[in-house]
Write a protein that binds this ligand. Structure first.
Ligand SMILES: Nc1ncnc2c1ncn2[C@@H]1O[C@H](COP(=O)(O)OP(=O)(O)OP(=O)(O)O)[C@@H](O)[C@H]1O
Length: 303
């Protein structure tokens, strides 16, 4: 996908299975919005094929529209409408028959926990509530596929928790959700699969557990000794000789490295350090989390 001579997405091949909650993760400018807008038929790719819910969206966008909902990170509402009026208005626009409208509005309001604000004027509502109304609006035509571009941005922590619950409910209802974010850790809590996008290229994609286990590099060790008396050098030498450590980085009197051995070998390493009379302040081992993996495969430095 190109904007003039700027290539926003390149050689991207991605399949999201029905019923998945797929997290599209990438930093600013990675191409997430571009990809979602292509799927939503708002942008035409320079070349390539795009299918949503089995429909070729380039050849037949009108058949694809009823099956999908798109929610942008920017949204606007009609301020002077009541919540139910707003939803009723859009349900009519989407061609929802009169005898189903009220039920669908009630269900959407329940899903976003706004039943009690049914008769409130939109201008009275907080940002989080407005976002939830937009979300409710996007559910009225019962789309199979939801395309959500950074929907949790601008929500406070409580709003984010509620948002996660909404996505989990949609997953339980069998909907397919593609959701973008640059906040990695929260995506693992409700996504079934993830893709990591960087500079328009998909660096990795798959089930959350598979990505974690494929890309795990081992345990990250942080070992702290007392500064002075050559302690740091002796600790470095001992770790080098152990031959299970990689990527040693020294920060003052602390050494960080990757441990290639088994977790159960760590007590022996601990003992060897003590027996070598190297004063040990702490030895901590931590599994890579998604954030570490993302930073490593995208070539960023971890802290
Ligand atoms: N209308 C446009 N014209 C030219 N370049 C564009 C246009 N829209 C996006 N781009 C460029 O395409 C690239 C991808 O942008 P995109 O908005 O898809 O990224 P993103 O991952 O959604 O970023 P963010 O997290 O900041 O929303 C960026 O380099 C951006 O500058």
């Amino acid at each position: 996908m190109e904007y003039g001579d700027k290539v926003a997405i390149e050689n991207l091949s991605l399949e999201v299975e029905q019923g998945e909650v797929f997290g599209l993760i990438g930093p600013n400018g990675a191409g997430k919005t571009t990809l979602i807008r292509v799927l939503a038929t708002l942008l035409e790719p320079t070349f390539g094929n795009v299918r949503v819910a089995g429909i070729d969206v380039l050849a037949d966008p009108l058949s694809a529209h009823p099956r999908m909902a798109y929610m942008s990170d920017f949204f606007s509402l009609y301020e002077n409408m009541l919540v139910w009026e707003y939803l009723d208005h859009f349900a009519r626009c989407y061609g929802v028959e009169a005898d189903r409208r009220e039920r669908l509005i009630d269900e959407a309001l329940e899903l976003v926990s706004l039943e009690v604000r049914r008769d409130a004027e939109i201008s009275e509502l907080s940002r989080g509530m407005r976002q939830r109304i937009c979300f409710a609006k996007s559910l009225l035509h019962e789309p199979q596929v939801l395309l959500l571009d950074e929907p949790a941005s601008g929500l406070d922590p409580a709003g984010r928790v509620e948002f996660r619950e909404m996505i989990k409910s949609l997953h339980a209802m069998g909907r397919t959700v593609l959701i973008s974010s640059h906040i990695l850790t929260e995506m693992t809590e409700f996504c079934t699969s993830i893709g990591i996008l960087e500079q328009g290229q998909l660096l990795a994609s798959g089930k959350v557990g598979d990505i974690l286990s494929q890309l795990k590099s081992g345990l990250q060790l942080k070992i702290e000794t007392v500064a002075g008396d050559g302690n740091v050098q002796r600790l470095m030498d001992l770790l080098d000789a152990w031959d299970q450590t990689e990527q040693l980085v020294v920060e003052d009197s602390r050494i960080c490295c990757t441990w290639r051995g088994e977790r159960l070998e760590l007590p022996a390493l601990h003992r060897a350090i003590v027996e070598a009379n190297i004063p040990l302040i702490s030895l901590a081992a931590q599994e890579d989390d998604l954030e570490d993996i993302y930073m490593r495969i995208s070539g960023h430095k971890t802290s």
